[in-house]
Design a protein around this ligand. Structure first.
Ligand code: F6R
Length: 241
């Protein structure tokens, strides 16, 4: 794991955006793995800026998002589809973007088809991840086992509470989501994990120093040979100097 500590959120976001921009310059038809949540917002804003400056192009890009809420229509302003359009897709010339479809009847078939679509696109070249306070990545919550493939997840009370800041009340937060599995994430050729703020410091320390343990899903990243962790100083505060 390579760890980069930045002064603040802005610097973290810029560094991550430059890594993604470099990827697109080197391989214009890259397959990107994308995340939602507050953490990558700054990175997306910087990528939009670089696109407007003519430095990067998304015409040949394919993207796959990590996750989507289950049974939340895409028109809902809290759906991850809505988030991605608001922060990235509506502002760049991407045509081929994919999110798991949480509105299907046969969710098992959708999970299988999502894996196949990633495979058919040639696999993910670079995956951006945020991390939950409990160490979740995507919506892979602490569990007794690592779940390998895209699957339907029951969100934990801690994640529901964390996400309730975006909804009118905790009751409105969906209780399930469709998420790439740990195996799906580990198949990405390169992984960039971003974390900002004191609240993530414990999860980051466990990710870096802890035993590989499905109770802290991000520890599985220790098994990957190309992970860059980009942190602000607060998120890095529990790392040894
Ligand atoms: C979002 C996702 C989640 C978030 C995590 C952190 O697609 O997969 O794992 O990355 O919950 O969320 P924020 O960035 O809002 O702290």
């Amino acid at each position: 794991m390579k760890i980069l500590v930045c002064k603040d959120y802005a610097q973290m976001s810029e560094k991550a955006a430059r890594i993604f921009a470099a990827q697109l310059i080197l391989k214009p038809n890259s397959v990107l793995g994308l995340a939602t949540g507050s953490t990558p917002e700054g990175m997306y804003a910087s990528l939009v800026e670089k696109y407007n400056e003519g430095k990067i192009d998304f015409a040949d890009v394919t993207s796959f998002n990590l996750d989507e809420y289950y049974q939340l229509p895409v028109e809902n302003d809290q759906s991850y589809d809505y988030f991605m359009k608001k922060h990235l897709f509506n502002h760049v010339n991407i045509e081929n973007f994919n999110l798991p479809n949480g509105m299907v009847e046969d969710v098992e078939a959708e999970c299988k088809a999502y894996e196949e679509r990633i495979e058919a696109a040639g696999g993910i070249d670079i995956q951006v991840l945020g991390i939950g306070k409990n160490g979740h990545i995507g919506f892979n919550e602490p569990d007794s086992v690592f779940i390998k493939n895209t699957h339907l997840v029951e969100l934990t009370p801690s994640t529901i509470e964390a996400n309730s800041r975006f909804f009118a009340s905790e009751e409105e937060v969906p209780k399930k989501a469709v998420s790439m599995g740990i195996g799906t994430i580990l198949k990405s050729k390169k992984i960039v994990l971003l974390a900002s703020g004191e609240g993530k410091a414990d999860a980051i320390a466990k990710t870096v120093y802890g035993d590989i343990d499905p109770m802290v899903p991000a520890t599985a990243l220790q098994l990957h040979n190309d992970v860059i962790i980009i942190l602000d100083e607060a998120a890095a505060s529990q790392l040894k100097p």
